[in-house]
Structures are given as structure tokens and as C-alpha cells.
Design a protein around this ligand. Structure first.
Ligand code: GAR
Length: 215
């Protein structure tokens, strides 16, 4: 079974979706540890209650990004994970860190990348007046919120939406696509072909996440 380390910074609802999928028997992985850069991250409690090892490494205790990233990598590598999952981990990672985990570092971002990298994605989508918004799971490269896309889910932007309504609609999709992406990785179905991610067989899986918008 593939071993996974999850990195969080706060609420941890995407982490919870992964735990729930595992508990439901839909995600055959070993969730080895949850690590936060914030000692007060709510998700740490949730992970501990689920019986998962938790750690925090406070970035404020380090002189710079490289020193923090080195300590973080040391902690992660202690678990010898096959995959590191960023689930609301709100830190920019150094190039050395990202290269160390090349092909085994995944992130979820609350927009249809490459639109709206960075922060406040829902507010910016509303300000731009886009009619379709969504979320993306991708392999991480040194450029922020960038890298080969594994899966995306789209939602409509409705008249009368505010940031809360739109972010809640997107978050429901995040909780579906992240377990799906990790499952594909665990099953060994994801391969990198240049900048593109190929999914072996059963391509219908991906279509399933396009259709809700069309229904
Ligand atoms: C999620 O919406 C995730 O996509 C976003 O932070 C939120 C974390 O929520 N991540 C980023 O913006 C990364 N660039 P959660 O802690 O409840 O999973």
C-alpha cells in the first residue's frame, strides 16, 4: 500500500475528505502522517482523532525559507512516503524542496489553473465575471500553483454568488477530486508525458467530473 504524508496549514477539510475516503474503503493508502506549519491548525486535532501521527513545524521558528523547508523535508522523509499531498498548505516551497519530491508532490488549488494562481481565487473570479470556476489537482513544480494537471472540476458562477457561496460550491468538488487523484496515484495509473498527465485505462473516470456542469 502506498504511504502518504499530508501537509496542512489550517482547517484541513481536504485532508478529512481523504481520511473519509480511506475509511469508506475507497482509498487503499496508508495515511502515515499529517504535518502542519501552524501549531494551531484545526486539522491537526482531526487527524489525531483519526489515529494518524501528527507533527507541527512552526515556520516562524526558522531564519528563512530554505531552513524551514529542510526541517520539513527531514520530518517528511522520516516516514518514507510514496506521495506528499499538499492540502491547504499555505507556504511557498523552495525549488530544492520541490525538486526533491518531483513526481510525488501533489497540490489542490481552488481555481481552474492556469487561471487565478495565488490567493483570493473566488473573489478574483467574481471580479473578473467568469461564468465557470472550479478547482485543480496538479503535480507541483517550482512555479507557484503550476504544474501538470491531474484532474479539474468545474462549477458554474451563478448570479447573486458571493465569495462564500462560490467557495462552498468549489470546496464540495475539491472533496471529490482530491481523493480521486490520490486513488489514481495509489493505483499507479498516473504517468507524466512532458507537461501532461496521462491516466491509464478507464478514461471515463475523468469525464465523470466534467458532466455535472452539463447536466
Ligand atoms: C482549499 O480550498 C484549498 O484548495 C486551498 O486552501 C483551502 C484549504 O482548505 N489551497 C490553496 O489555496 C493552495 N494554493 P482545507 O484546509 O479545508 O482543505
Amino acid at each position: 500500500m502506498k504511504k502518504i504524508v499530508i501537509l496542512i496549514s489550517g482547517r484541513g477539510s481536504n485532508m478529512e475528505a481523504l481520511i473519509a475516503a480511506r475509511d469508506a474503503g475507497n482509498l487503499p493508502v496508508n495515511l502515515a502522517a499529517v504535518i502542519s506549519n501552524r501549531p494551531d491548525a484545526k486539522g491537526l486535532e482531526t487527524a489525531a482523532k483519526a489515529g494518524i501521527a501528527t507533527h507541527y513545524i512552526d515556520h516562524k521558528a526558522f531564519a528563512g525559507r530554505e531552513a524551514f523547508d529542510a526541517a520539513l523535508a527531514e520530518c517528511i522523509d522520516g516516514f518514507v512516503p510514496d506521495l506528499v499531498v499538499l492540502a491547504g498548505f499555505m507556504r511557498i516551497l523552495s525549488e530544492g524542496f520541490v525538486r526533491h519530491y518531483e513526481g510525488r508532490l501533489m497540490n489542490i488549488h481552488p481555481s481552474l489553473l492556469p487561471s487565478f494562481p495565488g490567493l483570493h481565487t473566488h473573489q478574483r473570479a467574481l471580479e473578473e465575471g467568469v461564468r465557470i470556476h472550479g478547482c485543480t489537482v496538479h503535480f507541483v513544480t517550482p512555479t507557484l500553483d503550476h504544474g501538470p494537471v491531474i484532474i479539474q472540476a468545474a462549477v458554474p458562477v451563478l448570479d447573486g454568488d458571493d465569495e462564500g457561496a462560490l467557495s462552498a460550491r468549489v470546496l464540495r468538488q475539491e472533496h471529490l477530486i482530491y481523493p480521486q487523484a490520490v486513488r489514481w496515484f495509489a493505483e499507479g495509473r498516473l504517468t507524466l508525458d512532458g507537461a501532461r498527465v496521462r491516466l491509464s485505462a478507464e478514461l471515463d473516470d475523468r469525464a465523470a467530473f466534467i458532466s455535472p456542469l452539463l447536466r
